[in-house]
Design a protein around this ligand. Structure first.
Ligand SMILES: O=c1ccn([C@@H]2O[C@H](COP(=O)(O)O)[C@@H](O)[C@H]2O)c(=O)[nH]1
Length: 277
């Protein structure tokens, strides 16, 4: 079996820097790149990003929705992009935000987190809002296959606090309760646990404890207003080393030139490394 996701991520972060490159083939970006909004356009977009960043960034995060909207042929493009990225040692974190009852979550785990699946990725995003326990099959399957999961804890969108900062009966926020579950999942794991949190780069100071011994995906950089300096305010100093800032439109709008995508990724990575290390 491959090494645990947390260990592979730690290695990639230390070697290549903290940037997680988002792969979001929005219809508007296809148009900006003068590509048709078709499966052919999707394939050219995805493979251009792969050519630009594979082996140069620690993690790529494809947004499943923008592949799914092209039907089964779009999923086939996603499969090829996943294969090409993983072949270059780039970890693939598929942003699918799955959340359902446990038995159905096993189906999603079989699709994305079983090494034998053609859609196997290094990690996926999951939603815990059917109860953290509903994620058990997903977490168990991920760990058994050297993969990881990222649990939505405090997302970057302005509507999130209504649900995620609500108080549980014991007075903690829902976010705090999720972070406590993650800390328990990752307890004693070295160098880094494989059960991460999603915490938006836009959320500001919250007083939450992000020391979960797991990776902290921070989407919302750039287009949504998140900044490298803002990450310090959100995570404090202790957890910063485990933060994986993610940006999609900010990076992708540099395309379609491979060179321009590369130099944008490099400069984002450099400025993030200065703040996070
Ligand atoms: O809290 C969250 C969780 C996930 N996302 C996803 O990340 C990208 C953000 O794209 P940008 O272009 O960098 O804004 C997108 O796929 C979201 O679905 C998020 O934004 N916030």
């Amino acid at each position: 079996m491959i090494d645990p996701f947390g260990a592979r991520l730690r290695k990639n972060l230390d070697r290549l820097g903290p940037l997680c490159a988002g792969l979001d083939p929005h219809a508007a970006l296809l148009e900006a790149w003068e590509l048709p909004d078709t499966v052919d356009g999707l394939e050219r977009f995805a493979m251009t990003v792969v050519e630009a960043v594979a082996g140069r960034v620690a993690v790529v995060k494809p947004q499943s929705a923008f592949f799914e909207r092209h039907g089964s042929a779009g999923i086939a493009v996603l499969e090829r992009a996943i294969g090409a990225l993983r072949a270059e040692g780039t970890l693939v974190l598929l942003d699918v935000k799955r959340g359902d009852i446990g038995t159905t979550m096993q189906g999603y785990a079989d699709a994305y987190l079983n090494e034998k699946s053609s859609l196997f990725v290094d990690a996926i995003t999951v939603s815990p809002y059917l109860g953290f326990g509903s994620l058990r099959p997903t977490i168990d399957t991920a760990l058994a296959n050297g993969a990881g999961v990222f649990v939505l804890a405090l997302t970057s969108n302005p509507e999130a606090p209504e649900v995620q900062q609500a108080r549980t009966p014991d007075g903690r926020t829902v976010t705090g309760a999720m972070l406590a579950h993650l800390a328990a999942e990752n307890a004693g794991v070295s160098p880094l646990g494989s059960v991460g949190a999603v915490v938006g780069a836009t959320v500001g100071s919250t007083g939450e404890d992000f020391a979960v011994n797991g990776p902290l995906l921070a989407p919302g950089m750039g287009a949504q207003g998140g900044t490298a300096e803002g990450l310090r305010e959100i995570f404090g100093t202790d957890a910063l080393r485990n933060v994986l800032p993610s940006t999609s439109r900010e990076l992708l709008s540099a395309g379609p030139s491979v060179e321009a995508l590369r130099s944008t990724a490099d400069s984002l990575n450099d400025s993030l490394a200065t703040v996070l290390r």
